[in-house]
Design a protein around this ligand. Structure first.
Ligand SMILES: Cc1cc2nc3c(=O)[nH]c(=O)nc-3n(C[C@H](O)[C@H](O)[C@H](O)COP(=O)(O)OP(=O)(O)OC[C@H]3O[C@@H](n4cnc5c(N)ncnc54)[C@H](O)[C@@H]3O)c2cc1C
Length: 518
């Protein structure tokens, strides 16, 4: 049951989950097999009604103090995929997860009407590894409901409401010629494909030396190579998933759109299949099924704070005082988390610099209960794309018949940093105030129920990795190198794919490296 937003539950600001709400949709850990150990297993699965979606969970018998062939740190898609592959090859593997839930940046808000995805959302047609994992674990994939009806948007730019059909001739439209037809929310996507030097190239070409000349600020690139003016760039920046174009490598963005283009080409080659997919019942069900398939399960609430590589084994130390020993380790922590983790021996200088400097684009979401259909009061489309502080606001149409289920304000990039200085309650109040300012009909129509972000907790770093100007040249080729007996994975280390499939790709590479080491 959802209950009203209460100050007491959220004034503390950052939470362990990066989510603040009255009810916790994440499954709680089941039995305590050892002191301080929470093992995620079959009972948790059955509580969620997911028993049939996975093989039976059989608690392993390896003791916390025992030695494993491999310790995997992090139960996001990268870590879970690595753990499954290693187990398939007969290794005794234990997976440690710092949070009290499985899935990392795959996180379905099960308690919010319509079960919106708070993180990894669309499974591309080219996500071969991810689709295969779902198939093997009997997790159903379905065509996603659209986020919100596309007809349901209007624009709020520089304090002015603009309807989609007004945009081509509107005085605030900064484009010329046919480009004036491109709607504001499509500018970044459409114009980033233009003159993309990585278009049609092999997916790993972005690290080749001949493309380093594009490892420059994205705004400069858009001015010089695409011929865009400052106002167009400002509007594109609203939805940029980094922090700011001046601080983003154009090569990163070119890669992002080249991977997207590849995704679409795979989808076009299979016209009878959906262009993207989601897990039926919520994407979180896939990492849960993966965790459940592991012989030793996943130990939750295991925040790793130190690795000590003794040559013949690695000691993995957790904040709860336990230590796990293994011949080799796979670490899937995002870099901003790794910055606070001790490595002995220390990471080599160049690697440590990458860990210190590489960042993730951040976002913050405020989810609302819809108490009244505000759009019926003012006659405007339900959703707003804007350069106002709430950036994008939509009534999510995730009901069975496409009816609105909840609403979301989604703020990312540059603007999201401001929210970092607020508690979750302040975020919710401020966002609602700003929405009402722009749209008075919203007053009394919405109730904030969840504030969610993938970086507002100690285990999170942000949404997706991004590269600042010069960082592809300096770091991109070396991020997949092991450090002694520690192998690294995670979406940020993927060479070909991005997002969830990038996480799978990286987990596979790390598992193979570990197996080759023997
Ligand atoms: C809002 C949003 C929308 C997105 N949309 C899409 C999309 O539509 N399509 C797509 O493909 N991708 C999308 N992504 C990206 C995708 O979700 C991620 O790239 C992917 O899930 C990353 O997986 P990972 O295993 O590399 O990292 P994570 O999922 O972050 O896993 C790392 C794990 O390590 C754990 N951990 C961290 N520190 C410690 C520690 N010290 N000790 C123990 N455990 C620790 C974390 O809790 C986490 O579980 C989106 C992400 C966000 C946030």
């Amino acid at each position: 049951m959802l209950s009203a937003w209460k100050a007491a539950s959220c004034c503390s600001g950052r939470s362990n989950q990066g989510t603040s709400k009255m009810t916790q949709p994440t499954p709680r850990s089941s039995g305590n097999l050892w002191p301080n150990d929470s093992r995620f297993g079959r009972r948790d699965f059955l509580k969620l009604g997911l028993g049939s979606a996975a093989t039976a969970f059989l608690p392993g018998i390896a003791a916390a103090s025992g030695r494993y062939d491999a310790v995997v740190v992090g139960a996001g898609l990268a870590g879970l995929h690595a753990a499954m592959l290693l187990e398939e090859q007969g290794l005794n593997v234990i997976t440690l997860e710092g949070r009290d839930r499985i899935g990392g940046r795959v996180y379905t808000l099960m308690d919010v009407p319509g079960k919106p995805e708070a993180a990894g959302e669309f499974i591309g047609a080219n996500y071969a590894r991810m689709i295969n994992a779902a198939r093997r674990l009997n997790v159903d994939l379905v065509e996603p409901n659209p986020l919100a009806p596309s007809s349901g948007w209007y624009y709020r730019i520089r304090g002015t409401n603009i309807m989609p059909d007004e945009w081509p001739d509107h005085e605030l439209n900064p484009l010329s010629g046919d480009d004036r037809e491109i709607l504001p929310n499509r500018l970044l996507f459409t114009l980033s494909h233009r003159n993309n030097p990585l278009s049609g190239r092999p997916l790993d070409d972005w690290i080749r030396p001949e493309f380093r000349k594009y490892d420059i600020p994205q705004d400069r690139y858009l001015r010089e190579h695409v011929g865009l003016n400052d106002e167009t760039i400002r509007l594109m920046n609203v939805v940029l998933h980094t922090d700011h174009m001046s601080n983003t490598s154009a090569l990163h963005e070119c890669r992002r759109y080249a991977v997207g283009e590849f995704n679409r080409s795979v989808a076009l080659a299979q016209p009878d299949k959906p262009r993207s997919l989601q897990v039926k019942g919520g994407n979180s069900l896939l990492p849960l099924a993966m965790a459940n398939s592991l012989k030793n399960g996943v130990l939750t609430n295991k925040t790793v704070y130190a690795f000590e590589d003794r040559g013949n084994e690695v000691m993995v130390r957790c904040a709860d005082g336990t230590t796990y020993r293994a011949r080799q380790v796979v670490c899937s922590m995002p870099y901003p988390v790794m910055r606070r983790v001790k490595f002995w021996p220390r990471l080599p200088e160049s690697f440590a610099r990458a860990v210190d400097q590489i960042d993730y684009g951040i976002s913050i979401q405020v989810h609302f209960l819809i108490k009244r259909k505000y759009w019926e009061d003012d006659g405007l489309p339900s959703n707003i794309w804007s350069d106002a502080p709430f950036e994008r606001f939509a009534a999510l149409a995730r009901g069975e018949n496409g009816e609105p289920t909840s609403a979301i304000a989604f703020i990312n990039g540059d603007e999201a940093y401001k929210y970092d200085l607020m508690t979750d309650k302040e975020v919710a109040d401020y966002t609602l105030r700003e929405l009402i300012k722009v749209r008075p009909a919203i007053e009394g129509a919405l109730e904030p129920i969840v504030v969610q972000s993938c970086h507002r907790d100690v285990h999170g770093a942000g949404d997706w990795v991004f590269w600042r100007p010069g960082q592809v040249t300096e770091f991109a080729s070396r991020m997949r190198e092991p450090h002694g007996n520690i192998h690294f994975c995670g979406e940020h280390t993927a060479l070909m794919e991005r997002g969830m499939e990038g996480a799978f790709e990286s987990g596979e590479r790390a598992a193979l490296d570990l197996l080759l080491r023997g």
